[in-house]
Design a protein around this ligand. Structure first.
Ligand code: ADP
Length: 635
């Protein structure tokens, strides 16, 4: 019989499987069983949607059979089966998920909406990781004929007519010979199979059955004190059929949850937190939620889809239900299972479902309380979480005009000028100094840069703590927050820090200002529109100059906004501050009396320096360097 060739993509995958780079060969069994279970799901739903109420879940099964001599492992199901065309299409081509096709067919036909667990794994081809030959015998539902598909790997497959009497599919593997590295024979052993089913397929909702050997006392030998034993075969269901989330919490270990998480979400890292909760009440549900230990690579892109899987009494009704999660907690993965939801509920109906809304609200609260607990009990773990998803929480604060800020503000943490670890707003407020009115914060590119900002000098000197912020969204979120526990936020770069001063200090400052009035006005005139004012600074200690801003837009915000595509650029209203206690102030005053032109140059240089400190570029770098050179050479 002529061999048919696999499609190119399939051939490549097959090569991979055969020369398996894969270390976990054992997962082939999970994949084949999951296919069998999907096929049964399809048959079951098809019957339901065609109004056949006679079908019972109990009549479905998956059967395993081994033959040590022939080295075969057979997996039989009584699911939908495949027609000849389907076999060619599904087994001859990868990336052509039959489950997907089925779903779209169902949607068009009946306006029903059922997600089949289209578990994207390595799929059917994984069989070749352990087999020399794979035979699939299948009879599609409603069909009179059955077909046999056979392949020994990459060189193609053959098809011929079969004689299968029951609807469903048999997959027969001829296992490879054992090698030094791999013992394939173990997949023929009851012990191994039992273990694999428990590990990977325990929650499959149909019984996975197998003939197993048992031992019993031989009849007639129990009475004479020397009982003899005999082995006999008996059919046993190997899986508990109880999904993990339906099991008693006390019987589950961390590794059970982790294993489930890895399998289901293809994430190698353990989850940072597992939330398994059972709620009884007006709406009853079980939720199993995971906070990932690392952000998915596409998390902060528009490709990322949030949502939890939704089950109704153990049956999946939607793979990713977005309405169950608010955007600010979109990183949470997991599922909700509720008996109060109808199996045939459509996507549109779900959106307006009151019970679903109630569940979503409770989940939001639960996630917040679990995060709070982590925040207070394990700051290190929380900081790691925050590194992954803190940005999302900050977006959450800013989003929808601050609608969720009260919920989220307790979950924010920041670097601090006085603490090693990241701190919460509540911790900050609790240790504010008596004469401190505001929550001070500083924005910049990096913690190190912020730490050296001249604007922070006075505050540090007074012993005031400063929160350090490095994310673009930070200042926008802070403006949305406005205050925390009654304390307003104030940027270290804002024009007025409103630090309480003694009468003496005030008088002194006023005097200095008056004495320098003419000089300051001259400098302002030199800089023109570039600054709103030039004034003496009360916040600088050692640095000669800095820029501060007036009004709602800071320099950091200006940078962020101008980095976005927009026609109009924004500009923060700048104030140039000169340190009155710095030698430079004296110099300026002296030179102002002697040489006005020189003061013009100095002003340009000082303004340039202030821009550089802010991480802004010089407006005229050549004029700046010329000015510096002319100073150095005295010309
Ligand atoms: P996936 O399951 O991700 O779609 P697979 O490679 O595992 O990919 O399987 C390809 C397709 O072959 C399935 O989608 C399904 O349509 C079909 N198939 C595989 N195993 C069976 C089975 N036991 N019964 C019916 N159809 C099956």
């Amino acid at each position: 019989m002529a061999k048919k060739q696999f499609k190119a993509e399939s051939k490549r995958l097959l090569d991979l499987m055969i020369n398996s780079i894969y270390t976990h060969r054992e997962i082939f069994l999970r994949e084949l069983i999951s296919n069998a279970s999907d096929a049964i799901d399809k048959r079951y739903y098809k019957a339901l949607s065609e109004g056949d109420t006679g079908v019972s879940r109990d009549s479905f099964y998956i059967f395993l059979e081994t033959d040590a001599e022939a080295r075969t492992l057979k997996i039989t199901d009584n699911g939908v089966g495949m027609t000849k065309e389907e076999m060619e299409k599904n087994l001859g081509t990868i990336a052509r998920s039959g489950s997907l096709d089925f779903k779209s067919a169902m949607e068009n036909a009946e306006d029903k909406d059922i997600d089949i667990i289209g578990q994207f794994g390595v799929g059917f081809y994984s069989a070749f990781m352990v087999s020399d030959k794979v035979t699939v015998v299948s009879r599609a539902e409603g069909s009179e004929e059955s077909w046999i598909w056979e392949s020994s790997g990459a060189d193609g497959y053959t098809m011929k007519e079969g004689a299968k009497e029951e609807t469903g599919t048999e997959v027969i593997l001829v296992l490879k010979e054992d090698t030094e590295d791999e013992n394939y024979s173990r997949f023929l052993e009851e012990y191994t199979i039992r273990g694999l089913i428990r590990k990977y397929s325990d929650y499959i909702r149909y019984p996975i059955r197998m003939m197993v050997s048992r031992s019993r006392v031989k009849e007639g030998t129990e009475s004479d004190g020397k009982p003899e034993y005999e082995t006999y075969m008996e059919e046993e269901t190997l899986n508990s059929m109880v999904p993990l989330w339906k099991k008693q919490k006390s019987t589950l270990k961390d590794e059970d949850y982790n294993q489930f998480y890895h399998e289901k979400y293809f994430d190698m890292a353990d989850p940072a937190k597992v939330i398994h909760t059972n709620v009884e009440g007006v709406v009853s549900y079980t939720a199993l939620l995971f906070i990932p230990g690392q952000a998915p690579f596409d998390y902060y892109s528009k490709d990322f889809e949030k949502g939890l899987s939704l089950y109704s009494s153990g049956v999946l009704i939607m793979d990713k239900c977005p309405d169950l999660l608010p955007d600010h907690f979109s990183f949470v993965r997991g599922l909700v299972d509720s008996q109060d939801l109808s199996l045939n509920i459509s996507r549109e109906m779900l959106q307006h479902d009151r019970q679903l809304k109630a569940i979503a609200q409770r989940l939001e609260k639960k996630i917040k309380s679990e995060l709070s607990e982590m925040l207070h009990k394990d700051r290190e773990a929380y900081s790691a979480f925050f590194k992954n998803f803190g940005l999302q929480l900050k977006f959450g604060v800013y989003d929808k005009y601050g609608m969720h800020k009260d919920l989220l503000s307790d979950l924010l943490i920041y670097h601090s000028s006085t603490e090693e670890k990241m701190v919460t707003l509540s911790e900050y407020v609790s240790r504010m100094k008596e004469d401190q009115k505001f929550i001070y914060y500083a924005c910049g590119e990096s913690i190190e840069k912020i730490d050296h900002m001249p604007q922070t000098e006075l505050l540090k000197d007074k012993g005031f703590e400063i929160l350090y912020m490095t994310d673009d969204i930070d200042e926008f979120a802070v403006q949305m927050l406005r205050e925390y526990e009654g304390k307003q936020f104030r940027s270290v770069s804002s024009e007025d820090l409103e630090i309480e001063e003694s009468e003496e200090e005030k008088e002194q400052a006023q005097k200095q200002e008056e004495e320098s009035r003419e000089l300051l006005d001259f400098m302002k005139e030199t800089l023109g529109d570039r600054v709103s004012e030039v004034r003496l600074s009360r916040r600088l200690k050692t640095h000669p100059v800095c820029l501060t801003t007036r009004g709602g837009i800071s320099i950091e915000m200006e940078k962020v906004l101008n980095a976005m595509p927009a026609d109009e650029k924004v500009r923060a209203e700048r104030v140039l501050e000169i340190n009155a206690d710095h030698e430079i102030a004296e110099t300026l005053k002296r030179v102002f009396e002697e040489d006005r032109e020189a003061v013009r140059k100095y002003t340009e240089i000082l303004y340039g320096q202030a821009l550089l400190i802010e991480g802004l570029s010089l407006e005229d770098p050549i004029a700046y360097t010329d000015a510096v050179c002319s100073l150095m050479t005295g010309k």
